[in-house]
Ligand binder design. Structure first.
Ligand code: PLP
Length: 393
């Protein structure tokens, strides 16, 4: 018996465990101090009322013989897929309901999509990176190349024709850097992918945070339908981190190596996935109703205001950062030339604020630091005041 030896090549990432243990040790040694966490990647506001009502109604229907439902379809109920197609239409992107697959979240889809691609493909990720893209491809044994996202390119890495890639993961607005690609920049990736017979896996988990004219979907970019798959999530859009629902869009005409990608993904899902529960799909559809969209907009506005408060402090302090505008993340250059972990310790010890060291997301994250806007307003204001007092010269 042999295990998948590719697991031997996973790099242990202790980032969040290290943050938790350092924070716990500090709190134990300083029980009188109030520690504020601006590192969390989870939402804190509750589900919008219209979503909760839909969840309850869906559960009630399951308890009545006439409305009971068993296994859902592998690709999700048509009523949710239609609601999502209409949502795309609301920002001017044409996507058909039969191009949408409902899932239990973007992490699963980002990790599982590799099932349909050969393991001898080369994968390109931007660095710093959401670790799921790297680890899921290491598990499959694929070669990974990195495109550096750095200050010089505004943390928006662009394609390089001298680098070969078959599968390209892009995330915009980006976790962790908060930067968002412009239409022109995305067009460069789309053209690269079409020229090189590559496929872009586009993670749009944070599209709802976009406030400027950055594309909300890769399918807003001409040529994307022949080279891209889009993965999205209700986690940050509507507070579904615990409820679990996401969706993946695969254009009907997308094909590679003589195979239709939409059909391959259906085959994969039909084999390994039995769908999302009916109440959760009712809740997801409710998000995209007029009332739902109005309610999630309020929650998003709350997080965006937190992001504005943090960004404003960075502006006042003259600290370089990206994000905060189209994103819940603020990615800053550590002040005084400190390293990521050095700044983590400095902030925890002197301001009792916890953030996330950038180097945990990749080599290009060295010397950077991530703050998030998912916290409570009063705590965010207090943390920002402490940071300002600490760092002002
Ligand atoms: N993609 C990115 C870029 C994320 O940051 C996250 C969560 O932090 C996810 C996907 C996971 O989304 P979900 O909760 O839908 O699995």
């Amino acid at each position: 018996m042999k295990i998948n030896r590719n697991f031997d090549h996973l790099v242990e990432n202790y980032l969040f465990a290290d943050i938790a243990s350092k924070t716990a040790a500090y709190i134990e040694a300083n029980p009188d101090k109030k520690v504020i966490r601006l590192g969390i990647g989870d939402v804190t506001l509750p589900l919008p009322p219209v979503v909760v009502d839909a969840l309850k109604k869906g559960a009630d229907e399951l308890g009545v013989k006439e409305t009971f439902r068993g296994y859902p379809s592998y690709e999700g109920y048509a009523f949710v897929r239609r609601a999502i197609a209409d949502y795309y239409g609301s920002f001017g992107v044409a996507v058909d309901a039969d191009e949408i697959f409902i899932s239990d979240g973007a992490k699963s889809d980002a990790g599982n999509i590799g099932d349909i691609f050969g393991t001898d493909n080369t994968v390109l990720v931007t660095d710093p990176v959401y670790p799921v893209y790297v680890d899921s491809n290491v598990m499959a044994g694929r070669r990974i190349v990195y495109a550096g996202a750095e200050e010089e390119n505004g943390f928006c890495a662009l394609p390089d024709d001298s680098v070969h890639a078959d599968i390209i993961y892009l995330c915009s607005p980006n976790n962790p850097t908060g930067s968002a690609y412009s239409a022109d920049e995305l067009k460069q990736w789309v053209d690269y992918a079409n020229r090189n017979d590559a496929v872009i896996i586009y993670d749009a988990a944070y599209e709802a945070f976009i406030t400027d004219d950055s594309p909300r979907s890769i399918f807003a970019v001409p040529g994307a339908r022949s080279c891209a798959i889009e993965i999205a999530s209700l986690s940050k859009t509507a507070g579904f981190t615990g409820t679990r629902c996401g969706y993946t869009v695969i254009p009907r005409e997308l094909s590679r190596d003589g195979h239709n990608i939409n059909k391959l993904w259906y085959r994969r899902q039909a084999t390994k996935f039995n769908g999302v529960s009916y109440p959760v799909q009712c809740a997801a559809a409710a998000v995209f109703s007029d009332e739902g969209l109005a309610q999630i907009r309020e929650n998003l506005a709350y997080y965006k205001e937190n992001a504005r408060i943090i960004s404003e402090a960075m502006d006042t302090l003259g600290i370089y950062y990206t994000g905060g505008k189209n994103s819940p993340y603020i990615w800053l250059r550590c002040p005084f030339g400190m390293g990521s972990w050095e700044f983590f310790d400095y902030l925890l010890t002197n301001a009792q604020v916890v953030g996330t060291p950038g180097e945990g997301f990749g080599a290009c994250g060295k010397g950077y630091f991530r703050l998030t806007s998912f916290g409570d307003r009063d705590n965010t204001i207090e943390a920002v005041d402490r940071i300002k007092n600490l760092l002002k010269r």
